[in-house]
Structure formats: structure tokens, C-alpha cells
Design a protein around this ligand. Structure first.
Ligand SMILES: Cc1cc2nc3c(=O)[nH]c(=O)nc-3n(C[C@H](O)[C@H](O)[C@H](O)COP(=O)(O)OP(=O)(O)OC[C@H]3O[C@@H](n4cnc5c(N)ncnc54)[C@H](O)[C@@H]3O)c2cc1C
Length: 384
């Protein structure tokens, strides 16, 4: 590996081995990974056709990646499992989020965690499981609330009738604000941003200093010590020509923006996120609400799916049924076939895959970037 023994200007790096790294894909995964690696002192290039455009001011139903369509719900503490990789990644992300937000928050790109999250129990069994979870994790900010003691919210919550779990430290982060804050920081870190598609990845012979050659749609040819593939559904094609099979399926998600007919007291008693039967209700502004997201296998949106979602499995209160649809968007999630999401793998020395995050890419952003950073550093040490 061509690692340049340099005295880095980065305060954490000291006298370290610096790698030249290409990150492919500028959704939340790639953008945050590029930021994290530059923070470790590495020389980073980030490539994605979407970098040729500014981050949209609001989600639009056109040319979007998974990240710009996402609701940004962070449900890390209220996760049922208490062991395994998925649980560890969630725990790690939730631990890292506050310091990430602190580092990225800037007057030009404000960023905050919006809390709490409340999950309505859909059945007596689910209520019991929530109660047990809250009892088992006294320090995680979880609290079960019986139906009788549920807040009198205005407008009223859907009446599932079995109580709810309050998760004080879960909630959401606005994905567009996150991407804006990251992009601002990338410029500050002198990360090279290239608004083009990577069309091919080639292994270089061992006599060459660099290990990986990147061919881009604009005719660019560049060599790197390390390549990190963060291109969600686009990862499969890049890997295929190198002999790695990582098929992924698209799962489409639709989101509705609703306007209430009667603006009540503005969301009195509402959490940042209210979850009912797996559907998230996110109030914003005086009288607006995002509701999402559908889970539709494939790339084609079914108009009936948003209708079903809006009815909340027949639990929607009258005010929600009456609310007017004023906006709508969709995006694709990348679900790995026959492997658990996400795909975090070192496929070959210098070739890292951080992709296939399916439903939780925003939540897992900091833990993913950290995983990549640790693998790059391990390689630096091994190759010293
Ligand atoms: C409607 C909806 C709601 C969601 N809600 C949530 C939520 O509440 N919480 C949560 O945690 N997650 C949520 N998700 C999932 C989350 O959005 C994804 O897991 C996450 O955005 C994945 O990020 P990513 O950066 O890996 O992929 P993407 O955001 O899809 O980015 C991949 C990028 O790679 C680029 N690319 C592809 N091929 C190439 C190539 N050859 N060269 C260069 N660039 C390339 C693409 O242009 C794209 O910009 C939601 C998803 C959807 C669709």
C-alpha cells in the first residue's frame, strides 16, 4: 500500500501514515465516511454524479438517492434485540450521534437531534414486550406508559389502546440538513468532490505503488491506496467486474406531506417522532406532518400504498383522514440479498464495502464511518 509517511496538518494525526482514499457514492454513508476519513488525516476523494448539484432545500420526487428521501428517524435505543451486530451498530451510532452533531453544527448549516420518539403499542403482547424492554434497560431512557397515562395531545394521537413506549434519546435528524452540514465540512477538510459516476474499478498489479484504479464517466483515471464503495444499489455493478457478487434488491419508500385542515395548538404534547404500526408521524411547522414510509419491493410506486399508509391500519383519527396531501416523494432503499444489512466488509486489501443499509442508513451513519476508519487504520499499521 502506498502510504505516505507525512506529518499531517490534522491535529489528531501527528506523525502517521496517510492513505489516498476514494469514496464512491455521496449519500449519507459515503459523505460521512469521507468526512470521518479526512478527520483521521487521510487524503480523500468523493465521487457521485449528485455532487454536481446542491443538496435540495426539500425532498423532491426526482433523481433522489435513499438519503435525500429518508425521514431520518433514529430508533437506536428502542431496539428489541440486546445482542448481535445490528444491536452493536445501533448502540455505537446512538453513542456517537451527539458528538457528531456538535462537530457538524454550524451557523451556515445548523444541525440538531430532535427527540423524543414514542412508539404506540399495537397489541397487549407488544405492550408487554415494551414494558419488559424498558424494565431491562433502566439507563437507556426508555419508559413504558400505560394507556390511561398517555398524554392528552392536540391533535390527538391515534388510539391504539395499549399504551406506548417513550424513548427519550431516540428521535430524528433531518437528512438534508445532515448532508448540507457534511458537505460544508468536506470543503473545509479539502476533500476533493467529483460530480461524476465511477464506471469501473480496476486492480493494479502488485509492482504498482497504488492498488486501485478508478475510471470515471468524465474520462478521469486516478489511482488510490484504498477504495470505499458506498454506492448502495450502484455497488453491485462495480463489484461484479472484480468477481464479487453482492446482489441487492430495491425497496421503494413513499412519504406524504400533509396539511391539517384545522390548525390546532401547534402539536401540543407531540414527540419529535410518533410511530404507529411501523409508520412514522413527524410533525413540522404549525400544521404540517410527514408520514412515512411505505415498504414496496421493486422500483415502481403503488399509489394505493400511500392511501393505506395514511389510514394507519384504520387507526387514523378524523383529523388525519381529513388532512390534505400537499407533497409527496419517494426513494429507493438497498436491501442485500441473502445477507443481513448493512454490508460492512473488507473484500480485499484496500477494497472496503459499506453499503446495503436498507432501512437504517441514516441511523447507522456514525458507526459505519467509524467501522471504515478503523479498517483503514488497521491496514495502515499492517502495511507499515
Ligand atoms: C422513504 C425512505 C425513508 C427512510 N427513512 C429512514 C429513516 O427514517 N431512518 C434511517 O436510518 N433510514 C431511513 N431510510 C433508509 C436510508 O435512507 C438509507 O439506508 C440510507 O440513505 C442509505 O444511504 P447510502 O448513502 O448508503 O445510499 P444512498 O443515499 O442511496 O446513496 C448512494 C449514492 O451512491 C451514488 N452512486 C451509485 N452508483 C455510483 C457510481 N457508480 N459512482 C458514483 N456514485 C454512485 C448514488 O448517486 C447515490 O447518491 C429511508 C429510506 C427511504 C427511501
Amino acid at each position: 500500500m502506498r502510504l505516505h509517511q507525512l506529518r499531517s496538518s490534522h491535529p489528531r494525526a501527528g506523525f502517521e501514515l496517510i492513505a489516498s482514499i476514494a469514496v464512491i457514492g455521496a449519500g449519507v454513508t459515503g459523505t460521512s465516511t469521507a468526512w470521518h476519513l479526512a478527520g483521521q488525516g487521510h487524503r480523500v476523494l468523493l465521487s457521485d454524479p449528485l455532487l454536481a448539484r446542491p443538496i435540495p432545500s426539500k425532498p423532491a420526487d426526482r433523481d433522489l438517492n435513499g438519503s435525500t428521501a429518508s425521514l431520518g428517524v433514529l430508533m437506536g435505543h428502542a431496539f428489541r434485540r440486546s445482542s448481535g451486530r445490528a444491536w452493536r451498530l445501533r448502540q455505537r451510532s446512538m453513542t456517537l450521534w451527539p458528538s457528531w452533531v456538535e462537530q457538524l453544527n454550524h451557523p451556515e448549516s445548523p444541525l440538531q437531534l430532535e427527540t423524543p420518539l414514542i412508539q404506540l403499542a399495537g397489541s397487549a403482547d407488544e405492550a408487554l414486550r415494551m414494558q419488559q424492554l424498558a424494565d431491562a434497560r433502566p439507563d437507556s431512557g426508555l419508559q413504558f406508559i400505560t394507556n390511561e397515562r398517555l398524554e392528552q395531545a392536540d391533535p390527538p394521537w391515534p388510539q391504539a389502546g395499549h399504551g406506548a413506549m417513550l424513548s427519550k434519546r431516540d428521535g430524528r435528524i433531518d437528512p438534508l440538513q445532515l448532508l448540507r452540514a457534511l458537505r460544508r465540512s468536506l470543503v473545509e477538510h479539502n476533500i476533493e468532490l467529483r460530480g461524476t459516476e465511477v464506471v469501473e474499478l480496476l486492480r493494479q498489479s502488485s509492482s504498482d505503488q497504488s492498488k486501485w484504479r478508478l475510471l470515471t464517466a468524465d474520462g478521469g483515471i486516478d489511482d488510490f491506496d484504498v477504495v470505499v464503495i458506498c454506492s448502495a444499489l450502484g455497488s453491485t455493478k462495480l463489484l461484479q467486474s472484480l468477481g464479487h457478487q453482492r446482489p441487492m434488491d430495491a425497496v421503494l419508500g413513499q412519504v406524504l406531506e400533509l396539511q391539517l385542515n384545522k390548525p390546532a395548538r401547534p402539536w401540543s404534547g407531540w414527540p419529535a417522532v410518533l410511530t404507529c404500526g411501523g409508520i412514522n408521524l413527524i410533525p413540522h411547522g404549525q400544521d404540517r406532518l410527514w408520514i412515512g414510509a411505505t415498504l414496496e419491493p421493486g422500483v415502481n410506486a403503488d399509489p394505493a400504498a400511500t392511501e393505506t399508509m395514511k389510514r394507519l391500519n384504520e387507526l387514523a383519527p378524523a383529523w388525519l383522514n381529513d388532512a390534505r396531501v400537499i407533497g409527496q416523494w419517494r426513494g429507493l432503499r438497498a436491501r442485500p440479498r441473502e445477507r443481513p444489512a448493512p454490508l460492512l466488509e473488507e473484500l480485499e486489501p484496500g477494497l472496503l464495502l459499506a453499503s446495503g443499509h436498507y432501512r437504517n442508513g441514516v441511523l447507522l451513519t456514525p458507526a459505519t464511518a467509524e467501522w471504515v476508519g478503523q479498517h483503514v487504520d488497521q491496514q495502515s499499521i499492517t502495511n507499515r
